[in-house]
Design a binder for this molecule. Structure first.
Ligand code: ADP
Ligand code: MG
Length: 249
């Protein structure tokens, strides 16, 4: 895989978030590159999800700054962050279980007011767009199924599809392959690579090292809330600090 470089899409400066005495994210200064598939890895509890939450406005950092492209977005509300072109999915899948697959995409258009959509006549253009995206992720045959009745891996694909409804320029995925069967993991990986080839920037948290190795152009490694290494997947895998963080050697 090629190295990173070029324009920075997302960066943080000295970002910190504690829960009680736990420094979940601790003075994290990072950068992630435009047009690339960026990876964020690190042992369990190293602060990856908290970092995502601080960046996307789900929780407020205690201190530090977040920049997306040229704008400072620190402490912005999640829907406002989404409107800048930065989308995300969650480590624990978040779909509306009792809505159909198609309706999950339609409500995603108004993330701040999901209920506003229900009961309204459907906009044909939106439905067509949602169907196009379902085709893209391979869920078109499940359009009328309730989200709770499809497999966990399919729900993860649905969540990615919902994120795509906002036509994001950058997508942050928190463990897209976690708990997903190997065939679907391959489909998710292929989709990420395809969308990236069409211009979407990614930041992916994933424990599946094969997924990271095969996909990511640039990888940042967290340990105890801080970045301890950055580079290609090959480079960071050989970094003694990374081996120590993972293996305690
Ligand atoms: P990762 O995603 O890398 O596994 P997390 O960001 O989930 O790590 O967690 C980092 C640390 O912060 C862990 O010690 C975790 O227990 C703690 N933590 C995360 N969220 C909360 C919370 N809402 N309340 C208290 N502690 C939390
Ligand atoms: Mg996590």
């Amino acid at each position: 895989m090629t190295d990173a470089g070029g324009a920075i899409a997302l960066r943080t400066e000295a970002l910190s978030k504690s829960f009680g005495g736990v420094h979940a994210v601790d003075d994290a200064t990072t950068e992630f590159f435009e047009g690339k598939i960026n990876g964020l890895i690190g042992p369990n509890g190293s602060g990856k999800t908290t970092f995502f939450n601080c960046v996307t406005g789900m929780i407020q950092p205690d201190s530090g700054r977040v920049y997306y492209r040229d704008r400072e977005i620190t402490r912005w509300q999640p829907h406002k962050v989404a409107r800048t072109g930065l989308g995300r999915t969650f480590q624990l899948c978040r779909v509306f279980p009792r809505l159909t697959v198609l309706d999950n995409l339609l409500v995603a258009v108004h993330p701040a007011h999901p209920l506003a959509y229900l009961g309204r006549p459907r906009e044909l253009a939106l439905v067509e767009r949602a169907r196009g995206i379902l085709g893209r992720v391979g869920l078109e045959h499940l359009e009328t199924a309730e989200a709770r009745d499809i497999s966990y891996g399919q729900q993860k694909l649905l969540e990615l599809a919902a994120a795509l409804m906002a036509d994001p320029e950058m997508v942050m995925l928190d463990e897209p392959a976690g708990g997903v069967n190997p065939a679907l993991i391959e489909r998710i990986a292929a989709l990420v690579a395809e969308l990236n080839a069409e211009g979407t920037t990614f930041l992916v948290v994933e424990h599946n090292m094969e997924f990271i190795m095969n996909l990511c152009h640039h990888v940042v490694v967290f340990d105890r809330g801080r970045p301890i290494a950055a580079g290609t997947a090959d480079q960071v895998q050989q970094d003694p600090k990374v081996l120590e963080a993972y293996l305690g050697v």
